[in-house]
Design a protein around this ligand. Structure first.
Ligand code: FES
Length: 115
């Protein structure tokens, strides 16, 4: 496992959003409706970066809508919404890891080798 720091904890205020390229993956970290999310910055539909997507309310949970074809992904479940729900992979989400006033992710070697 390798730890990658993505942000300082004092940056994590509503509206914070940052895309970070790690050696083998791009990660999107953001705060939406007072919740911290860390997801792969890649739409499960056709691999477009989600950093340019729109964060929106979706019932009790938020969603991110990809700008390319307008598919929304539920932030709580990672699943595509609507008619795409059963046909697309879920968002690839990460568990936040807090270390010394930073937040980041642990990625195992298998993830680091991914193309
Ligand atoms: S690439 Fe994201 S909706 Fe098509």
């Amino acid at each position: 496992m390798a730890f990658y720091a993505l942000a300082k904890t004092n940056e994590l205020t509503e509206g914070f959003k940052r895309s970070i390229k790690l050696p083998s993956i791009a990660v999107l970290i953001f705060v939406h409706e007072n919740e911290l999310y860390i997801i792969e910055d890649r739409c499960p539909h056709m691999d477009i970066p989600l950093v340019t997507g729109t964060l929106e309310a979706s019932g009790d949970e938020g969603a991110i809508r990809c700008r390319a074809h307008g598919i929304a992904f539920n932030l709580a479940t990672g699943k595509a919404e609507g008619m795409w729900a059963d046909t697309l992979n879920c968002l690839n989400a990460f568990v936040p890891v807090y270390r010394d006033y930073t937040v980041g992710i642990d990625i195992d070697d298998a993830d680091e080798d991914r193309e």
